[in-house]
Design a protein around this ligand. Structure first.
Ligand code: SF4
Length: 369
């Protein structure tokens, strides 16, 4: 049984300076050919093998809203999805006007995830974003006319960013009466413009610890509960799609570079857009087996993903899933972090403390078997 569907749209109006996602600037001809290939891939999945009614559908990118409404309609009409599912589309300010947002809602999208990143125009320029803060605010206001489940992405640790910028961004974000905020620290990725500048010693990054502290302390005060390391939501507005990833849900991904997971095997599609289109046209498979999940890898993953969430992982679920007691497998590491008060154990669940979340990556790495 598949829990979620992901559709990847690998096109953007402009490549941002920090971005290592599978996305590129393209032309109408290639975008149109990609949409056709995507629909063929969707149609080729034998639904008899996937007797699903997914809890979520997610259009990510890239910038899915670079597509025309008619193209989105063609794709979504080929997916079997119940209107009760969470149906998200990522959008970028500057690519959607009021009419487009209205059309999205009419197509069945019921959650909008906006890549705002910052409310400081200078910083937006440095990031290479196509929008300014005024456009971002207008897009949020327009979106609120049609959507009652809106998320925005914000970033911290950015070149020339000060703590006061982060404070202002948080204040503006919480004043927008939206439901969800994802916050990401800048990561320098190889192959990006920032990666090159950083390697050449030309990118100065701020100390982001106080920014992190400000965000993680103040969003919950403003009613956005932290339910995952990077995600904050008002009550009942946690992203069902992302929670699925963190709790081991099975998902099916369509499009260039999209991943799928059936509980045992993880596959990924060919990343290159031109090759993806060519192979689909030739009737060839675009899916490559990436990893057959061994029992050890499954236990590691269960812990990594579960511990990213505020609820943490269930000791009982671990036993049921793997036929072993988690303390037999991870007793020493759990004990170590309980003593350091970086982990907590209560009501049958193990979870990171607020200080543990801050050191998340170091702790999670210790769960490797
Ligand atoms: S809009 Fe998003 S996906 Fe596109 S280049 Fe910028 S960061 Fe990458």
């Amino acid at each position: 049984m598949i829990d979620s569907i992901y559709v990847h749209i690998p096109f953007c109006a402009k490549k941002c300076n920090y971005c290592a996602f599978n996305s590129k600037v393209s032309n109408e001809e290639e975008i149109s050919a990609y949409v056709d290939a995507l629909i063929t891939e969707i149609k080729n999945i034998p639904y008899s093998l996937y007797p699903y009614s997914p809890i979520s559908l997610y259009f990510g990118g890239g910038t899915p809203t670079i597509l025309k409404i008619s193209q989105l309609e063609k794709i979504i009409s080929n997916l079997k999805i119940d209107s009760a599912a969470e149906i998200t589309i990522e959008a970028n300010p500057g690519t959607v006007d009021e009419n487009y947002l209205k059309n999205l809602r009419e197509l069945g999208f019921n959650r909008l995830s906006l890549g705002v990143q910052s409310f400081n125009d200078e910083i937006l320029k440095i990031l290479g974003r196509i929008h300014d803060s005024k456009t971002a605010l207008e897009t949020i206001q327009n979106a609120k006319k049609f959507f009652d489940n809106i998320s925005i992405d914000l970033m911290y640790g950015l070149p020339s960013q000060k703590l006061s910028d982060v404070q202002r961004a948080v204040e503006i974000a919480v004043a927008q009466d939206i439901q969800h905020i994802s916050i990401y620290g800048l990561e320098i990725e190889e192959g990006t413009n920032f990666g090159k500048l950083y390697a050449a010693g030309k990118l100065i990054l701020p100390d982001d610890e106080k920014m992190y502290d400000y965000i993680t302390e103040n969003l919950p005060r403003a009613g956005f509960q932290r339910y995952e390391i990077s995600n904050f939501a008002k009550k009942n507005f946690e992203s069902r799609h992302n929670l699925g990833y963190w709790t081991g849900a099975k998902y099916l991904g369509f499009g260039a570079g999209a991943h799928s997971y059936n509980g045992k095997i993880r596959t990924s599609n060919i990343r290159d857009v031109a090759t993806y289109i060519k192979k689909i046209r030739a009737g060839e498979s675009v899916s490559l087996v990436e990893e057959i999940i061994s029992p050890n890898a499954a236990m590691e993953e269960f812990c990594f993903l579960g511990l990213r969430t505020a609820k943490g992982l269930s000791v009982e679920t671990f036993s049921k899933k793997f036929g072993r007691n988690i303390f037999e497998v991870y007793g020493a590491v759990i004990d170590k972090y309980l003593k350091l008060e970086l982990l907590n154990f209560s009501d049958g669940r193990i979870f990171l403390t607020p200080r543990g979340m801050k050191l998340g990556n170091i702790i999670l790495a210790d769960f490797l078997l």
